[in-house]
Design a protein around this ligand. Sequence first.
Ligand SMILES: N[C@@H](CCC(=O)N[C@@H](CS)C(=O)NCC(=O)O)C(=O)O
Length: 212
Amino acid sequence: MTETEKPQREILLYDHPLSGSCHKVRMFLSMIGLPLRLEFLDVLSRANDAEWFARLNPMRQIPVVVDGDTVVQDSQAILLYFAMHDAPEWIDPTPAGMAAIMEWLSYAAKEVSNGPQMARLYHLAGEDIDIARATAMGLKVLAHLEAHLSSHDWLCLSRPTIADLAVFPYVALAREGHLPLDDHPAVLAWIDRIVALPGYIPMRGLPEGVMA
Ligand SMILES: N[C@@H](CCC(=O)N[C@@H](CS)C(=O)NCC(=O)O)C(=O)O
């Protein structure tokens, strides 16, 4: 089979336009130049409760990606999958470098999710969330990032990695969770650096980006 006869790779993302978790995937695939077909799944109307979707992801959450025979769920896992498969410059070949990236992927899955993500979900969708707890964690995340980014351009390894993309959306959307993002200049400067990366794409609530 020649190059031109090869079937076109089709990557499918079960997606919601307001989901910051899905945005990590939309943004990364745009940055590494991979085409993505979006399949809208209305999680706000609980379309994710459907049995067909539970067979794809027993956690019944988006994002889920289908790449040929491979199904990957969870935004952090998806970033890692495409970095290993297509764009290793976004991860690191050394154990210490990968550990540094993983520290931030875990931070995205716990602190950022319990803080800015949950605060935004409360104010956006009125979900049953302990808003005092989410706000406290959100403030802690912003303070921690502000301290770290005051002396670092990127979260780790002195260059953009999937760590930055995993943490970015819900931090940059913090205003929608009524968190004081504008009081954190080092975080705002890091957001600007991500927005300036080639292939950056916005979503509702995020900066439009730099025109080419
Ligand atoms: N671990 C997941 C969490 C993703 C997540 O919170 N997904 C939300 C949309 S942003 C969802 O599917 N919510 C529906 C539900 O949990 O029932 C990830 O980072 O991918």
